[in-house]
Design a protein around this ligand. Sequence first.
Ligand code: GDP
Ligand code: MG
Length: 148
Amino acid sequence: MEQTFIMIKPDGVQRGLVGEIIGRFEKKGFTLKGLKFLTVDQAFAEKHYADLSSKPFFNGLVEYIISGPVVAMVWEGKNVVTTGRKIIGATNPAESAPGTIRGDFAIDIGRNVIHGSDAVESAKKEIGLWFPEGVANWSSSLHPWIYE
Ligand code: GDP
Ligand code: MG
């Protein structure tokens, strides 16, 4: 089953949105496979965002991500990468639809509350980086009530 990496960024933690955000993924029907609360250092943040290293906002982005604890998660389910991105909303909250996490809870692109993998391949890479120890091996007993 497909997995994605989701991270509640430091602003999401500071603003008390952890429960709200986890609730949205849970209520959708996705399965939580990994969860940790941690602060990452500069080298780790630079690795996570390596693809963006040439962008003018890169240094500010790294400063933002290391500015406080984050919630790192692995969620599993059918099409969870694409659907997770829909739940999160557009990168710039000015363009995120109401009803999405960024649309409901964010204003500035540099404080957009949450990260979600953009493709199955990047999800695999990010899960490997954030959860080198692996994730939980369990399946929800709700499975037949969510999948036909
Ligand atoms: P995402 O996949 O929707 O998170 O967007 P990207 O992978 O393109 O960018 C990663 C993160 O960098 C975004 O979530 C923003 O926090 C930040 N970011 C992206 N574009 C900009 C920008 O133009 N300005 C600033 N300040 N931050 C940006
Ligand atoms: Mg991205």
